[in-house]
Design a protein around this ligand. Sequence first.
Ligand SMILES: [Cu+2]
Length: 276
Amino acid sequence: MIKKIAYILLSIWPTAILANEPRDWQLGFQKSASKSMDDIVWFHDYMLVPIITAITAFVLFLLLYVCVKYRASKNQVPSTTSHNTLIEVIWTLVPCLILIVMAVPSFKVLYSQDEIPKADVTIKAIGYQWYWGYEYPDENIIFDSYMIDEKDLKENQPRLLAVDNAVYVPVNKVVKVMITANDVLHAWALPSFGVKRDAIPGRINETWFKADRTGTFYGQCSELCGIKHAFMPITVNVVSEEEYNKWLEEAKVKFAKDEIKNNIKVAKKIKDIKLK
Ligand SMILES: [Cu+2]
């Protein structure tokens, strides 16, 4: 019990204690790793939460006030009042004003995510039933990324989140992500970067992030896409420029986009279909 309370307290606490992955009993966001996510967290913590709290407290106060003041024992003859123009104008205008005030920072955050700065690295994420495929179009790299089964997990690899081939990106660089799908709707989502975009067959959605610290970050497919929807996680390793270049060289050999690779892929697909 004490452990559970401690977990809850830790998770409500400012996110510094949290890692780059979801935790048991977590409430609130994962620790931010990009300006985009900082903005989202600010909007939530300093705009939405205060407004929601104030409205809830105010409505609760009104309810209690009415219950006590107009209770039957004190009001033998009920009032027949049915309209009050001033109050009606107020309860129409005030919510409108609240919405307008909320809209300003909300649109700012939304548009900052939508306008993609000049990209340093471009990656393409393709949703399949049920794994992610990645391409680095400028580097001629293409690979698939499958979830690691629970029995094969190594130390520090989180269950249902770790993958065999992670995405690598350099730190403090603009990474453009092109997102699409091959079969049904999926969604590429990485909470720490404040990124979530639908992967739609026949269409390419774009988004971007600029990770401001190194580490391994985890996300999941966020569009219900079939029976194994929960088993197509996303792992992104944010590394230094040198480490990224080193990975690129290795990846170019390991994941070279060539005829043989494609043939293996087709063979695998046929095998998968036969297994079904
Ligand atoms: Cu999916």
